[in-house]
Design a protein around this ligand. Structure first.
Ligand SMILES: Cc1cc2nc3c(=O)[nH]c(=O)nc-3n(C[C@H](O)[C@H](O)[C@H](O)COP(=O)(O)OP(=O)(O)OC[C@H]3O[C@@H](n4cnc5c(N)ncnc54)[C@H](O)[C@@H]3O)c2cc1C
Length: 306
């Protein structure tokens, strides 16, 4: 069991016990984390991670929890969140430097206000810069990695700067799965604020038309398989509207699962299994989860990843 008194001596940030993760996920689902920490800044973070590693304490990082399914049992270990402590954003000429905890919305606004173009497509993707870098988030033909020059990470106990060439960005993933992302540098072309605001508005409207945003959800559950769309596959096997407990495959968009009220992580998990099995049986396509599962057993994890 974690030695809280010792831990508290090592850092300055915020700490809570048995914190419900449903407060921190866009699904509004997730049981308690044993310990929840918001480091005060990146130097505080280094000390905390050093403490956790020395004491063999399991930990995970969450952003805004917009790509997460956290189990009903929650997480046995420490959950770290950077929104309050790693939230600086600054600009030098056309280079924007943003820390991980900056929300994607604030990042896009900041770039537009400074007449810098390119990242408007991220508007409407909930989350943080850290989560977006980890997931290589993107939409409408662009990805966050398009404009990254460097990523600052914590690896092997040291703060390091990794060039884009060494970041191994691919479709909805990066090469940082074993690292902690501290922030990134983005080189952006000049734009016109009025035009950028207009484009952002258009993209947000397009999103509102196609996505079911009236119930808590986690965005796309599955990655798009090569040559097709996950939504199309789920819809083609007749699963639109399928409900388990409080969770439902959206009637509007087959790749969204909605929390229609008091849904359990287990309800969502069952729907994921049903969607994967039915699409494989009928269309011979394996759907790969985009959403990250936290706090599930290895056996449960394998049931929806193999
Ligand atoms: C309505 C809706 C629409 C969406 N639309 C899109 C879309 O168009 N395109 C798209 O790509 N995604 C979309 N998403 C998914 C999601 O918003 C993105 O994946 C987002 O980038 C996740 O950011 P987050 O901060 O919420 O990360 P989280 O969901 O909290 O975490 C995601 C992963 O990143 C890790 N992580 C987060 N921060 C750090 C860090 N600082 N260091 C190390 N690891 C970290 C977590 O451990 C986890 O593995 C959508 C989600 C919703 C709810």
């Amino acid at each position: 069991m974690i030695n809280l008194e010792e831990l508290k001596k090592t850092f300055r940030g915020f700490i809570a016990l048995s914190e419900p993760m449903s407060k921190y996920t866009s699904f509004r689902i997730g049981g308690p984390a044993d310990v929840y920490i918001e480091p005060a800044d990146k130097f505080d973070l280094v000390k905390i991670i050093d403490f956790l590693k020395t004491n063999n304490e399991p930990y995970i990082i969450i952003g805004r929890g917009s790509n997460l399914l956290i189990s009903d049992e929650g997480y046995r270990g420490v959950v770290l969140n950077f929104e309050s402590g790693l939230s600086n954003i600054s600009i030098k000429e056309n280079i924007v430097t943003a820390e991980s905890g900056v929300t994607t919305g604030r990042f896009v606004d900041f770039c537009i206000q400074n007449n810098l173009a390119g990242v408007e497509m991220l508007a409407g993707i909930p989350g943080t810069v850290g989560g977006a870098i980890m997931m290589n988030a993107g939409a409408y033909g662009g990805e966050i990695s398009d404009f990254i020059t460097e990523v600052e990470i914590l690896r092997d106990g040291k703060i390091q700067t990794i060039s884009k060439a060494n970041s191994n960005f691919k479709y909805r993933k990066s090469g940082f799965s074993n690292d902690i992302i501290i922030g990134g540098n983005f080189s952006l072309p000049k734009g016109n604020t009025g035009e950028l605001l207009k484009r952002r508005r258009e993209l947000l409207l397009k999103r509102n038309e196609s996505q079911p945003l009236n119930f808590p959800n986690s965005g796309s559950m599955f990655k798009n398989p090569d040559g097709t769309f996950a939504a199309k596959e789920v819809e083609s096997v007749g699963l639109k509207g399928k409900q388990v407990g409080g969770a439902q495959i959206s009637e509007k968009h087959g790749n969204f699962i909605l929390n229609k009220g008091n849904a359990k992580a287990n309800d969502v998990f069952e729907l994921i299994k049903i969607a994967r099995e039915t699409v494989f049986q009928k269309n011979k396509i394996k759907l790969e989860l985009e959403v990250k599962m936290i706090g599930f057993s290895q056996q449960e994890y394998e049931q929806v990843h193999i």
